[in-house]
Design a protein around this ligand. Structure first.
Ligand code: PLP
Length: 380
C-alpha cells in the first residue's frame, strides 16, 4: 500500500524562489547581502545581562504558558503608554516570536474556508499559514503605492471574510499607513464585524508618517508585536499579543499544547528590553533609508520605504524578478525576488539593515544595474 511520507499541506508551498537565491548566495565569496531581515546590531549589553542573570538565578524552568506575570505587566504598561491600547496582564499573551503568534492567532480565529484579507505584498507566513490551515488568503493588491485603503479592501469583503491583516510599517514594502486611513479601515471592520490582526513589529521604524496602532481605536483588534527588530533580539524568540479577552483566552489554551511556555530566559531579557530606549538602535535606520533614496531614486520607483528596513522596487524593463535577482547576484549582491512576497513578479526586495559601508557598495551596484536597461535578462 502506498502511504504518504509528508502531509499534503506542505505540497502547497513553493519555497524555490527563496531557496534558489539562498543556495546561490551560500556559494558566494563575501557577498553584499541585502536580503536579510534583521538588524545589523548585537542585542544591547543591558538586555544580554538580564538574560545571563536569569540563567545564573536559576530562572530556567517553564513559565506560565501566557508568559510571566512580570513581563505581562510590563507589556500591558507599554501597550497603554506607547500604543494607546487598553491592556492588562490578563489580556497579554507572550509568544515565542511573532511568527508563532501568527500561527496561534489563525488557529484561534479561522475555520477552514474562512477568508483573510491580506495586503499584497505580504510577509510570507501570513499567506502560507492561512493556506496550511485550510483558510483562504484573499490578496488585496496595493501596487504601486503599497497603501492599504478602504477602497481596495471593501470590494473584496464577502460573507466568508473573517480577518483583515494589517502590517504597518510593512515588510516587504516599507509602507506606513496613516492614522486617517486606519480610522476608516476600523470603521469598515466594525461595519462588517471583522477582526483585525495588526502586526506592529516595525513600530519603532517609521520615518516619515508616524506609526499608529489601530488597536487603540478598534477593540476587535489582535495586536501582535515582538522584540526581534527594535531590540535586535531575533535569536531570543520573544513576542506578544493583546486583544479581546475571549481571543486571548483561546490563544492561551492553544499555547498550552503548541508552545507550553516561551523561554524563561528570553522573558527576563524582555523585561530589561522594555526599559531600554529602542531609538538608540532604530534612528540609524532612517539614515540608511535616506541612503537608499539618495542612490536609487533616479533609477527606480521607491513608492514605499517610509518605514521598516526594506525597499520594494520594480525591476528595469526587459527583466523579471528572478532574472534581475540573478543579475544582482552576478555582481555579488543578494536581493530577493518579489514572487516570494507577492503575486507580482517584476519587483525585488532590498533590505537595508546591513552596515553602512556594505550598504553603500550594494546600492552603487544596484544603481548601475538599474540604469543599464540594456543588461540582457538571464532566463530562469
Ligand atoms: N512579522 C513581520 C512583518 C516580519 O517582517 C517578521 C520578520 O521578518 C516577523 C513578523 C517575525 O518576527 P519574530 O522574529 O518575532 O518571529
Amino acid at each position: 500500500m502506498q502511504r504518504h511520507l509528508i502531509a499534503h499541506r506542505l505540497s502547497q508551498f513553493d519555497s524555490t524562489p527563496l531557496s534558489n537565491a539562498f543556495a546561490r548566495a551560500a556559494a558566494m565569496n563575501n557577498p553584499i547581502d541585502l536580503s536579510i531581515g534583521f538588524p545589523e546590531d548585537d542585542t544591547p549589553g543591558i538586555i544580554k545581562k538580564a538574560g545571563i542573570k536569569a540563567i545564573q538565578n536559576g530562572q530556567t524552568r517553564y513559565t506560565p504558558s501566557n508568559g510571566t506575570l512580570a513581563l505581562r505587566s510590563a507589556l500591558a504598561a507599554k501597550l497603554e503608554l506607547t500604543n494607546g491600547i487598553s491592556a492588562t496582564p490578563e489580556t497579554v499573551s507572550v509568544t515565542p516570536g511573532v511568527t508563532t503568534g501568527i500561527l496561534l492567532a489563525y488557529l484561534a480565529l479561522l475555520n477552514p474556508g474562512d477568508e483573510v484579507l491580506l495586503p499584497d505584498p505580504y510577509f510570507p507566513p501570513y499567506r502560507d499559514i492561512a493556506t496550511m490551515l485550510g483558510a483562504v488568503p484573499v490578496l488585496v493588491d496595493t501596487f504601486p503605492d503599497f497603501q492599504l485603503t478602504v477602497k481596495r479592501l471593501e470590494p473584496l469583503i464577502t460573507e466568508k471574510t473573517r480577518v483583515i491583516v494589517i502590517n504597518s510599517p510593512n515588510n516587504p514594502s516599507g509602507a506606513v499607513y496613516p492614522e486617517a486611513e486606519l480610522r476608516k479601515i476600523a470603521k469598515l471592520a466594525k461595519k462588517h464585524n471583522l477582526i483585525i490582526i495588526a502586526d506592529e513589529i516595525y513600530e519603532h521604524f517609521a520615518y516619515d508618517t508616524p506609526h499608529f496602532s489601530i488597536g487603540s481605536i478598534y477593540p476587535q483588534t489582535l495586536t501582535l508585536n515582538g522584540f526581534s527588530k527594535a531590540y535586535a533580539m531575533t535569536g531570543w524568540r520573544l513576542g506578544y499579543m493583546t486583544g479581546p479577552s475571549a481571543i486571548i483566552t483561546a490563544i492561551n489554551q492553544l499555547q498550552q499544547y503548541i508552545v507550553f511556555s516561551s523561554s524563561s530566559i528570553a522573558q527576563e531579557a524582555g523585561i530589561a528590553a522594555l526599559r531600554y530606549d529602542p531609538s538608540k538602535l532604530t534612528t540609524k535606520y532612517q539614515r540608511k533609508r535616506d541612503l537608499v533614496r539618495e542612490y536609487l531614486s533616479d533609477s527606480y520607483s521607491l513608492a514605499g520605504s517610509q518605514g521598516a528596513f526594506y525597499a520594494f522596487v520594480p525591476v528595469p524593463e526587459g527583466h523579471n524578478d528572478i532574472s534581475f535577482t540573478h543579475a544582482a547576484l552576478d555582481k555579488n549582491v543578494i536581493i530577493l525576488p518579489s514572487r516570494a512576497f507577492s503575486q507580482h513578479t517584476n519587483y525585488v526586495r532590498i533590505a537595508f539593515a546591513t552596515d553602512k559601508s556594505k550598504l553603500e557598495r550594494g546600492l552603487k551596484i544596484l544603481r548601475t544595474l538599474g540604469k543599464d536597461l540594456a543588461t540582457p535578462p538571464i532566463t530562469e
